[in-house]
Design a protein around this ligand. Structure first.
Ligand code: SF4
Length: 309
């Protein structure tokens, strides 16, 4: 199989556009789409951009590309931020990878820990009998801590490593649940809610398998194992559905993005309510993270008192 551009040996075939790419043109193909999104989302227009890094392929690739691009234009500072949920054998390993990468690339790095925020790690929360999946607690708390960290470093934008598959899954999840409000709230954010750092997504047009190949070809370090609690995530069902749809009808993921954009309403800059406990942005009186924190600590106290009798 030859590259559709230069006749060199192809290493990748993109079914959704029917083209083949050699190593050089595959890297260029990814870079071009990311650069276009960076411009479209005004990601490197100056100030500080916080990149949420978990140590996986997507966030490490986003950090790598953004810091490379920022180095050439010298008006935007890139800062890496990470949440340590306290998951032994997983998060501790990815923290090592991020620390080494940031050291080698002279990047500022900030970490926030669940143990300090809610008084327990995910490993301590996991065995507690509770009404929700581990991810239901973890995802909400992580979002809150990432936003806090981004504010702490005075970031004007918060970049995540969300790829095309993640985005297509989220669109399908929100539509299936009838949650149109959340569909509108999906990034990239072109509007500002006071207290919420606008999210940008430089990899949103890059399929997951292309991010993996790109990271491997470019020697970007990342953790290959996945979270031991990830099997509980309801997202897994939507991952399978999106993969199946893409397999049967190449281009479905891009079509989902296009449909979501067509039904999304443009937003104005707004000021939102604040949580009475932690002052984070919320549409209610207590934010979701505080109410889940209270829920888990009440369950924990109840179980402890039963065990001690
Ligand atoms: Fe947290 Fe679930 Fe992600 Fe693991 S898979 S890091 S528990 S949200």
């Amino acid at each position: 199989m030859k590259c559709s551009i230069c006749n060199e040996k192809a290493i990748y075939a993109a079914r959704y556009n029917g083209r083949h790419y050699c190593r050089f043109h595959f890297i260029e193909f990814v870079n071009d789409r990311v650069k276009k999104e960076v411009r479209r989302q005004h990601i490197l227009d100056g100030g500080t951009v916080a990149v949420a890094v978990s140590g996986g392929k997507d966030s490490m690739t986003a950090l790598h590309i953004l810091s490379e691009l920022a180095a050439t234009q010298r008006k935007t500072k890139i800062v890496a931020i990470t949440v340590d949920e306290g998951i032994t054998g997983y998060r501790d390993k990815s923290l090592e990878i991020i620390e080494k990468y940031c050291d080698e690339h002279s990047l500022e790095w900030h970490v926030s820990r669940f143990s300090e925020y809610m008084g327990m790690t995910m490993d301590e929360l996991a065995p507690i009998e509770r009404p929700r999946t581990t991810c239901a607690y973890c995802g909400v708390m992580r979002r809150t801590l990432i936003n806090r960290l981004a504010r702490k470093v005075s970031a004007s934008r918060l970049a995540t490593g969300l790829n095309l598959d993640d985005t297509a899954q989220s669109i399908l999840m929100n539509i299936s649940r009838g949650d149109i409000e959340r569909l509108h709230m999906m990034g990239p954010h072109e509007w500002v809610i006071e207290g919420l750092v606008p999210r940008v997504q430089p990899l949103r047009l890059i399929p997951e398998n292309e991010v993996l190949l790109y990271a491997t070809l470019r020697g970007i370090p990342f953790l290959r194992s996945s979270c031991p609690y990830s099997e509980e995530a309801s997202r897994n069902l939507f991952r399978d559905i999106v993969l199946r749809l893409e397999e049967e009808m190449p281009g479905t993921r891009y079509a989902l993005l296009k449909s979501a954009a067509a039904i999304s309403c443009p937003r104005e800059n707004v000021s939102a309510g604040r949580c009475i406990f932690c002052d984070e942005v919320t549409s209610g009186i207590i934010c979701r993270a505080c109410s889940l924190k209270r829920e888990i600590s009440e369950i924990y106290d109840r179980q402890n008192s039963l065990n001690s009798h």
